[in-house]
Ligand binder design. Structure first.
Ligand SMILES: [Zn+2]
Length: 328
């Protein structure tokens, strides 16, 4: 270090007030989107074993939860539905009286200051657990997109503020955008799961959403974990098709992708801190191996520092409470 001892980077680190002043990245509640799982029935609050603190909720309980989320100052929830019946076509996904449609109507009528985002896919609704219609073991792209369009429309007709297609079929953003514009929903934004990797970190989510495929896996539509240039092509495609916000999923193991997406496109960028990322932090802290609060905050700041403007995280409530306690 040629400039030492005049240059001493530690000068800014001795005083906590000064450390606060020079901090580059701050968490804000405005960044948080809280994922919720809705199930049929009443007064249902099933704990998800692999995700401590996360529950499957019936609509009545979901509304209560959303009121708490609103009161904590978290601006948005994203909903995943577990239907009464599953079939090969995933019919309940686009039934106007399906579980998500009912949930959206209930939240929008009782909770005023909360954005309701709906996940759009078929895998929670199909008996085979795949994200689309099948021909043998192949997932049909264009036929699936037609159903995703109907599903998206049914969500916004129920009152959803934003839809988030997670299916990774080609061309679905353009198709949904076109249908929205034709049906008078030209002001409804789309968050696209633009670079969604075929990740082992989704394991606990499949307990929560009951969406494990009956055979095979999702590698024919989700991305190969090893590819970053392809991730940029996926994101570019969705932006051209009309996505308003692009998402990278998972978040923590893909910080390089988040940074590249942000730098290349400058779009509002979301990241999904997925179930496995959450479960690992929870499990290690329950064993006393790490400090949960500290690692939670570190994981979220890392995602923001990488370039995410907002993140979907099961820690949203805990992090909002931490902000209330600690921010001046
Ligand atoms: Zn899916």
């Amino acid at each position: 270090m040629a400039n030492y001892p005049t240059k001493r980077l530690r000068r800014l680190r001795y005083n906590p007030l000064l450390r606060d002043m020079v901090r580059e990245t701050e968490l804000s509640k405005n960044d948080f989107i809280y994922p919720l799982f809705v199930v049929p029935g009443e007064k249902v609050k099933n704990p998800v074993k692999s995700m401590p603190g996360v529950f499957q909720l019936s609509v009545d309980e979901l509304v209560k939860e959303c009121k708490e989320v609103e009161s904590l100052g978290i601006p948005a929830v994203i909903l995943f539905g577990i239907p009464e019946h599953k079939d090969e076509q995933g019919s309940e996904a686009y039934d106007p009286n399906g579980i998500i449609q009912k949930a959206v109507r209930a939240i929008k009528s009782e909770v005023k200051n909360l954005l309701v985002i709906t996940d759009v896919c078929l895998c929670e609704y199909t008996s085979h657990g795949h994200c689309g219609l099948l021909n043998g073991e192949e997932i049909l792209n264009d036929e699936t997109v037609e159903l995703l369009v109907i599903e998206s429309l049914s969500h916004v007709e129920a009152g959803a503020d934003i839809v988030a297609p997670s299916d990774m079929m080609d061309g679905r953003i353009a198709a949904i955008r076109k249908a929205f514009d034709e049906k008078g929903f030209n002001k409804t934004p789309i968050i696209s799961y633009a670079a969604k990797f075929s990740s082992g970190y989704y394991g606990p989510f499949r307990d929560a959403a009951e969406s494990t495929p009956a055979f095979g896996d999702r590698r024919s539509h989700q991305m190969d974990i090893a590819n970053s240039l392809e991730a940029l092509r996926e994101v570019e495609e969705d932006i051209e098709e009309g996505a308003d916000i692009v998402m990278v999923k998972p978040a923590g193991p893909y910080l390089d992708i988040i940074r590249q997406v942000k730098d290349k496109f400058g779009m509002p960028t979301a990241a999904y801190q997925v179930s496995g990322e959450y479960a690992m932090i929870k499990a290690a802290s329950q064993n006393g191996w790490i400090d949960e609060e500290r690692v939670m905050l570190e994981s979220l700041i890392a995602i923001k520092r990488a370039g995410a403007d907002m993140f979907l995280t099961y820690f949203a409530k805990d992090a909002a409470k931490w902000i209330d306690k600690n921010k001046k």
